[in-house]
Design a binder for this molecule. Sequence first.
Ligand SMILES: NC(=O)c1ccc[n+]([C@@H]2O[C@H](COP(=O)([O-])OP(=O)(O)OC[C@H]3O[C@@H](n4cnc5c(N)ncnc54)[C@H](O)[C@@H]3O)[C@@H](O)[C@H]2O)c1
Length: 466
Amino acid sequence: MLAFVWRQARGGCVMKVAIFGAGYVGLVTGACLAHIGHQVVCVDVDAAKVAEINGGRSPIYEPGLDDILAGVRAAGRLTASTDADAALAASELSMIAVGTPPKDGRIDLGYVAEVSTTIGRSLANRGDRHTVVVKSTVVPGTTGGLVRDALERASGKRAGVGFGLCQNPEFLREGCAVDDFMNPDRIVIGEFDARSGDALAKLYAPFECPHVRVALVNSELIKYASNTLLATLISFSNELYGLCEVLPGGDGEVVMDGLHLDKRLAPIDGGKRIVPQILGYLRGGVGYGGSCLPKDLNALRAHAEAMDVPMPLLRAVMGVNSRRPALVIDALARALGGLKGKRVAVMGLAFKPDTDDLRESPAIPLVDGLLAAGAEVRAFDTHAVASARARWGDAITIAPSPEALFSGIDAALLATAWPLFRSWDYRTLVAAMRTKVIVDGRNALRHVVWPEGTRYIAVGRGPQAS
Ligand SMILES: NC(=O)c1ccc[n+]([C@@H]2O[C@H](COP(=O)([O-])OP(=O)(O)OC[C@H]3O[C@@H](n4cnc5c(N)ncnc54)[C@H](O)[C@@H]3O)[C@@H](O)[C@H]2O)c1
């Protein structure tokens, strides 16, 4: 069962909510809002997704989501639909949680614009107050610009007068999205005006964390600031790991362990060390990925540069990240004396553990780089299998078991730190390898006692004295 602590809705302020986009953010948001008592309809253009949700199944893998979905479906508090107009007619607040995917070096706001127009049209003929909330990650100025314009044009009404308008960035992390949503550290309410913000504050009233009420543009920017900081810490760590990798005896993990003890990073309170989660981002590996960090950094950079504001730090952060997979492949190629014709097993494909999301996963440049160098690639992942098949087809083999993955290979490259990998029987698995090289791209296997003859290469570790 989930570990979140739930506080009952205060004051019985049940709201009727339509959520546009039933993806990672929209579905988790919908399920959790229904769980706290709101009446939710999730709208998506993908009829198969809608059918799955109405059948009580989550189309995505996210720990805890199936349970929560079953509960709210049974209670009749969540439905899914492709009928936007009916969903809007039955709701007092709508949330836009559609994708904002990368396009031509920026983000594609087309889905946000389309939904804004759909919502605007339905607002034209209604007399009651409706509040529109942008939950998608959008570049600063989008909600008060593109979204407001589309809503006003389609409805013939003015923001603040004819309808409410808010921006509400989402900070959930895939893999612990339900827990994150149910136990938020803050709720950012970007508001066009106080009345709009009040409507959104009512929706979130049961959550006792700070409600940060700010102007729309600052709300949009808070999300970018968060993700930019995380990516910067990761690239800072990777740059140091790269240096350690050429220093005899160097070890990035040891350096970071020492750094983490700085009391400005990990304060000591009453003799007890507080270990903030942010320290998890001060570690190197194969680079960051996922549907957010790469896209958000690039979008912010492009947006700022289009306004003649240079972003040299962001450029450097992205540069370090994009070079990281190639450095790991180089290390593997050196260990094997070239990659052509070599059989390499990739352990993990999802961009991080506990998700089936392959979007912008570092495993993509790793697999592509191996294939381009002429290696034969086998891969194993517990959840990102369908998306891997869709991406690579027959170009790689998906192994059904650890034994099938390791049999006859020259090297294994760990790309995703699935906890499962820590408990595999490497004595038996390594014995089945043709050449015994392990490259640990996440430093997840440092505890393993490797069989005699194994060459274990951990990221961030330089040449060791023999
Ligand atoms: N995934 C994350 O961890 C995360 C975290 C925070 C913020 N975000 C942001 O939230 C937004 C959504 O991300 P996601 O990962 O949930 O995307 P997603 O791709 O998983 O889901 C988007 C959904 O929107 C649907 N859609 C597209 N056009 C539509 C329309 N006109 N009407 C209704 N539905 C429509 C798609 O079919 C899809 O199901 C993005 O802006 C993203 O940057 C994502």
